[in-house]
Design a protein around this ligand. Structure first.
Ligand SMILES: Cc1cc2nc3c(=O)[nH]c(=O)nc-3n(C[C@H](O)[C@H](O)[C@H](O)COP(=O)(O)OP(=O)(O)OC[C@H]3O[C@@H](n4cnc5c(N)ncnc54)[C@H](O)[C@@H]3O)c2cc1C
Length: 465
């Protein structure tokens, strides 16, 4: 360890107590990494990345003091929630300090349809508190048992509830974000409404979030249903219609091509050989209607359990979004994933992908609202709902992987940036706003350096890449 790090270590130990400063061993490794290994491209890039120190503050005052000390020492700082990101968002590319925010987990208030909480509050804990007060999360990732609010705002996209409300960046779900700057004397800045969006999903590069305010939805009671059919098209027609039906209130709709359901080991008793499966989470008041409609369409209901309130397993969401990928990778480590968006011509796109890559690509679909104001209820429109998903790809070589992605793009499928550690490019106006924010909150370029590729200042680039 260099003299600078040695002296920083002494300062942080005095500040946080030795128990809250991790300097080596398995804990340092665990807290330096996330689920980057989902990606065959990122695995070799990030396997060896480690922080020099992990600081575990418990209060905003301690976070401020850690940031001031790191700024003084000129050491990189990478914020971390629960470390469940899939593309190395919280993996330090240049060592330095990982700032573990999981101890800042206070829920300050749940009232008037808003939650105000510290970044380390876990989403399932927030859901429990919200439900007790008559509210629920608008959307949450399938990792909600572990994932933190700060990590969801820093690196997440959406999840369960997205069929009704869209993702975290859709509509007005984000109310306000309060960050600390990384300076000699860190300032507190609060961004509200549309102004907060520039600080959303920036991988901890634009300030350390210390308080988040988020809109909630009125609480509803849900059932968890799974339907099975050997006929992909028949299941798709019903699931798509159910997802878009404006009179049905539901939290999630997903569909999985066989053999994906065979990887869901805990559901083994329910899964039927060679059959595709759909999940639907309707409100309990409409379950009977949903079941009758599915039976009429010739589908078999293979699973029917309420979503418990307060939340407790079993959760069908444990098999959705990137949990689907996890179950598949457990069965066959050659699997990886891509995030895909389909057009209104999705049936043709599915047929083409299935015909072209029958042994390499398997469809996992998730429906979501692109316009929450028209997703359900009076004025609802089927066009307010879109279909995307996280298809599984059996990876052989990078060349073949790119060939599959190239073909998908050729037939109009949008592929997300999930195999890079860098923030996605945005338009010129947004880039300018992002850079202005970055210069203001992080003048030394110390916050998660290397992740905002377009930002010109990275003091570590040549020093320790
Ligand atoms: C099995 C599996 C399933 C998943 N399913 C979903 C899903 O359904 N939907 C979805 O969107 N994602 C999903 N993910 C990805 C991930 O779980 C989510 O993005 C989650 O919200 C990340 O939360 P976290 O606390 O683990 O964040 P981390 O991984 O710790 O951090 C994420 C990013 O946020 C930054 N960050 C964390 N805290 C702060 C803070 N206080 N201030 C500033 N920056 C901060 C970090 O630097 C990092 O860049 C899944 C991942 C796995 C492994």
């Amino acid at each position: 360890m260099s003299t600078v790090l040695d002296s920083l270590r002494t300062d942080l130990g005095a500040l946080l107590g030795e128990a809250n400063l991790i300097t080596g061993g398995d804990a340092l490794t665990t807290l330096s990494l996330d689920y980057y290994w989902y990606s065959p491209a990122l695995k070799p890039q990030l396997d060896h990345k480690r922080a020099d120190l992990v600081a575990r503050p418990a209060t905003v005052a301690e976070v401020r003091a850690v940031l001031a000390a790191c700024f003084k020492a000129g050491v990189a700082v990478t914020p971390r929630g629960a470390g469940t990101g899939n593309y190395g968002q919280c993996v330090p590319l240049h060592g330095g300090v990982v700032l573990d925010l999981s101890r800042l987990d206070r829920i300050h208030s749940v009232e008037g349809g808003f939650v105000r909480a510290e970044p380390g509050a876990r989403l399932a804990v927030i859901e429990t508190a919200a439900r007790a007060a008559g509210w629920e999360l608008r959307c949450y990732p399938s990792t909600w048992m572990k994932a933190t609010l700060g990590g969801f705002f820093g690196g997440g996209a959406g999840g369960i509830g997205g069929l009704r409300w869209g993702g975290i960046a859709t509509g007005d779900t984000v109310k306000a974000i309060t960050v600390l700057t990384c300076e000699a004397e860190p300032r507190t800045l609060r961004y509200e409404g549309p102004a907060a969006m520039v600080a959303l999903r920036t991988f901890g590069t634009t300030g350390v979030m210390v308080e988040i305010e988020m809109r909630l939805a009125p609480k509803l009671d849900y059932d968890q249903l799974a339907f099975s059919s050997p006929d992909w098209g028949r299941l798709l027609e019903w699931t798509d219609a159910a997802a878009r039906r404006g009179t049905w209130y539901k939290r999630q709709a997903a569909q999985f091509q066989w053999p994906i359901p065979s990887y869901f080991k805990p559901l083994k008793k329910s899964i039927r050989e060679n059959e595709h499966v759909s999940f639907l989470l309707p409100i309990q008041a409409q379950t009977a209607e949903v079941l009758a409609s599915a039976a009429e369409a010739g589908l078999t209901c293979i699973y029917h359990r309420p979503l418990a309130d307060p939340p407790r397993p079993p959760f069908l969401s444990d098999f959705t979004f990137n949990h689907t990928t996890l179950w598949a990778m457990k069965a066959d480590p050659a699997f990886t994933y891509v995030q895909a968006g389909f057009t209104s011509d999705f049936r043709r796109q599915f047929d083409q992908l299935m015909a072209r890559f029958p042994a390499e690509l398997f469809l996992h679909l998730e429906w979501g609202a692109n316009d929450p104001t028209r997703a359900v209820g009076p004025g609802a429109s089927p066009e307010a709902i879109g279909v995307g998903g996280i298809p599984l790809i059996r990876y052989s070589t990078e060349e073949r992987f790119q060939e599959i992605l190239g073909y998908a793009a050729e037939i109009g499928v949008t592929i997300g940036r999930t195999h890079t550690v860098q923030l996605g490019e945005v338009g010129p106006e947004q880039t300018a706003a992002r850079h202005a924010l970055k210069y203001d909150v992080d003048p030394g370029g110390l916050l998660n350096p290397g992740k905002m590729k377009s930002f010109p200042l990275n003091p570590f680039e040549t020093a320790k890449a």
